[in-house]
Design a protein around this ligand. Structure first.
Ligand SMILES: [Cu+2]
Length: 133
């Protein structure tokens, strides 16, 4: 076998081993828009499918700060490594007008609570739920 052919075969094998990751990254990840405002999440209930890839796009449309605090959900989900730093103790914190995208794979089926942890915001109705089925 020519040395060049061996190199080509090795390259083909390398590409094959990398392909699943590349496909997953470009993905069939479903985009989900979540608006944070004073004092609600829209939608208030997110319906996700266990094991499916998502891009959660959080947008704070108000002038004040809010967060999307869902520790049990984010702890159980598989968060893309490049997005892990956007979470602090299971919470995405956004100043007024800010947005963030988190790529993740939905965790085990269940009901996961969501709230804004800013002072009094959940009392004023800023709560929600993620339902994974
Ligand atoms: Cu809030």
């Amino acid at each position: 076998m020519l040395k060049r052919d061996r190199i080509l075969i090795m390259l083909a094998a390398l590409c094959a081993s990398l392909a699943p990751t590349a496909i997953r990254a470009q993905s069939g990840a479903a985009a989900v828009e979540i608006e944070l405002s004073s004092f609600k999440f829209r939608p208030a209930t997110l319906q996700l499918e266990h094991g499916r890839d998502y891009v959660l796009h959080f947008v704070n449309t108000s002038s004040g700060g809010h967060d999307f605090s869902a520790r049990s959900f984010f702890d159980a989900a598989t968060i893309a490594p490049e997005d892990r730093a956007k979470l602090d103790k299971g919470s995405v914190d956004l100043e007024g007008g800010e947005e963030a995208r988190i790529h993740l794979t939905a965790p085990a089926p269940g009901h996961y609570k969501v709230r804004c942890s800013h002072f009094m915001h959940s009392t004023m109705g800023m709560t929600g739920e993620i339902v994974v089925s």
